[in-house]
Design a binder for this molecule. Sequence first.
Ligand code: PMP
Length: 287
Amino acid sequence: MPQLAYVNGRILPLADASLHIEDRGTQFADAVYEVCAVMNGQILDWQPHLLRLRRNLAELGINWTMADGPFTLQARRLISRNGQRDCIIYIQISRGTARRDHAFPGDAPANLVMTVRRFDFAQRVKQLATGIKVIIQSDTRWGRVDIKTTGLLGNVLAKQAAREAGAFEAWLLSGETVREGSSTNAWIVKDGRIITHPTGTSILPGIARDSLIRLATAAQMIVEERPFTLAEALGADEAFLTSTTAPILPVVAIDGQAVADGRPGPVTRRLGELVWNEVARQTGWRA
Ligand code: PMP
């Protein structure tokens, strides 16, 4: 079956799907996006993703009139037409197509595109046993990274540096503070306390982050939302990261230095159980 994409109400083969070259997403990164996990044909955490998307559209004043009901139906229709049970859906809404001018166009309707790609979530469960490595990069991004825009060049360059260093992720440093990863949220564990940077304008409020805080709190674990330094991370008992495509992965090395004994720790393992049980509860998916 050819891979299908969605463009402004039409579903068509990915190879034929396109936007006008004066789409403002291309010229100004004047666009927001979401990536959702689809497991067993069910979208994980759909309501929180929808809420974040709406908030981002409102922050940028992008006029998006489709109601949640029809929008959800369009997303589900693309997923089922693609026929993938385990995949990620990418959703992008730009301010529209208009003659290039920085100021907002008066009457251009927003452009909605969606793509679906197969994803191997079982690989993420296997990685719980081994963990991954991160490197440190300085955070060169703009001042409103809480808005999930397609302006990701700082993230792209940091991720590429990680790839070239043989690491899974780059953690972004501002002064002494570790903010988050290039496409994941960053966590450490010290003396049983689970620590992650607070929301605000300097991190992306991850859906997986939010979900983990809820699950950990319900399990009587202690979560501290506060900035932590690189020195704290290097001296942590455990470290891990979260995102939609990596719901939880242990971090076993930071910039070439082992975290504790260099193996995934018990708190992260326990959180892994909670996270994947929640996935199973919502979607019926099991590794
Ligand atoms: N931080 C950044 C910079 C990201 O790009 C992402 C992925 N969207 C995340 C954190 C994790 O967010 P989520 O849990 O919603 O995937």
